[in-house]
Design a protein around this ligand. Structure first.
Ligand code: NDP
Length: 337
């Protein structure tokens, strides 16, 4: 017997089991309804991030199947009970929605949403959230970049890399970067890097990169290394620091760094090592909105360039993952539902 209720379905990309990009499967799921404190958003763009690949592959524990993605931006279509500060039609963005973002209609807790100003497009907002907030907390809170410092940014043409370079230069630092192609070197320099080093061309990255860094810095080494590449670059990063310098190991695009002996920090010159993740840097709503407001204002003022390197249809999510993991991307990768 028909109930008279027309059920609607939306497109969603799920990881069916831990594995490579092939486990990503397009499905039709019932349109969501917001629970208490939640909002449903018509997704204009979903961000593709390394964390999505770590969760898809099983590197970070997740239930399976799960709808992939954490980041996105769009227009509010429905608000749940108890939501007072968000309305239907609002433009909003989020950086780690727990119910997935590779879908047409996302369910997000209202407290995780930030308002997107009128002069910032939804694509730009989606592109800015996770990588922008990461670059912001690294440059302003983890090891606050100061006028006159020299810092090393690995994967300088990547999503975080391009933003972090711009923020560090704006704070008065000289930026050295690493990149794997001439095109990436050009992009990194356009973002403000003084020197873009081709780390892929080195026979022994661990010894040759620090040597190059010391040559460029008159033997001194850099104040800070921002390392999201991880396993492949970690030894070089430690050896590139000046005494009492800081290494922010914020990711493992090349693989996770194995356990290490604290004595290595001693012999590297009493250096500081931290392995930050975004959660503690946006622990309060004030901190989250404070960071995104600042970033949106920089974009609107034309002082922060957001490079969207690739756009894919939702059903092409596996190709987007292959490109990101295969070092074939620059700047931000978006899925457009
Ligand atoms: P990117 O756009 O920077 O892509 C990763 C880049 O890493 C590649 O383009 C590539 O640049 C470089 N790379 C070097 N070796 C490898 C390898 N073996 N496989 C793949 N890539 C490699 O990604 P994101 O900006 O999104 O993220 C950068 C890092 O930051 C990731 O490790 C991510 O997990 C981390 N991250 C951490 C956060 C945190 O809060 N801790 C938040 C957000 C991201 P090239 O070709 O020039 O070498």
């Amino acid at each position: 017997m028909s109930t008279g209720v027309v059920r609607r379905y939306m497109r969603a990309i799920r990881a069916m089991a831990p594995g490579g990009p092939d486990v990503l499967t397009a499905s039709d799921l019932p349109d969501p309804r917001p629970g208490p404190g939640e909002v449903v958003v018509d997704v204009a763009a979903a961000g593709v991030n390394f964390i999505d690949t770590y969760r898809r592959s099983g590197t970070y524990p997740m239930p399976f199947p799960h709808v992939v993605g954490g980041e996105g931006a769009g227009t509010v279509t429905e608000v749940g009970e108890g939501v007072t500060d968000v309305r239907q039609g609002d433009h909003v963005a989020w950086l780690d929605g727990s119910a997935g973002s590779y879908l047409e209609l996302a369910t997000v807790a209202a407290r995780h949403l930030v308002p997107v100003p009128e002069d910032v497009t939804l694509e730009t907002a989606a592109a800015l959230m996770l990588q922008g907030v990461t670059a912001h907390y690294l440059a302003t809170s983890t090891f606050p970049v100061q006028q006159g410092q020299t810092v090393l940014v690995h994967a300088g043409a990547g999503g975080v890399g391009l933003l972090l370079t711009q923020l560090a230069v704006a704070r008065g630092a000289r930026v050295l970067s690493t990149v794997s192609t001439d095109e990436k070197a050009t992009l990194s320099r356009a973002a403000g890097a003084d020197v873009a080093l081709r780390y892929d061309a080195l026979d022994d990255l661990s010894t040759e990169l620090p040597r190059l860094v010391r040559e460029i810095t008159d033997g001194e080494g850099v104040h800070t290394v921002f390392d999201g590449v991880g396993r492949a670059t970690f030894d070089a990063s430690l050896a590139s620091l000046r005494p009492r310098g800081g290494l922010a190991l914020f990711g493992g695009a090349s693989g996770q760094v194995p356990p290490l002996d604290p004595q290595r920090l001693n012999s590297a010159g009493s250096v500081y090592l931290t392995r930050p993740s975004i959660g503690p840097y946006v622990a309060t709503r004030e901190e989250l909105v404070g960071r995104t407001d600042e970033l949106f204002a920089e974009v609107a003022a034309g002082r922060l360039d957001i490079r969207i390197g690739a756009r894919y249809a939702l059903d092409e999510a596996a190709d987007a993952h292959r490109a990101l993991e295969g070092r074939a991307t620059t700047g931000k990768v978006l899925l457009l539902p």
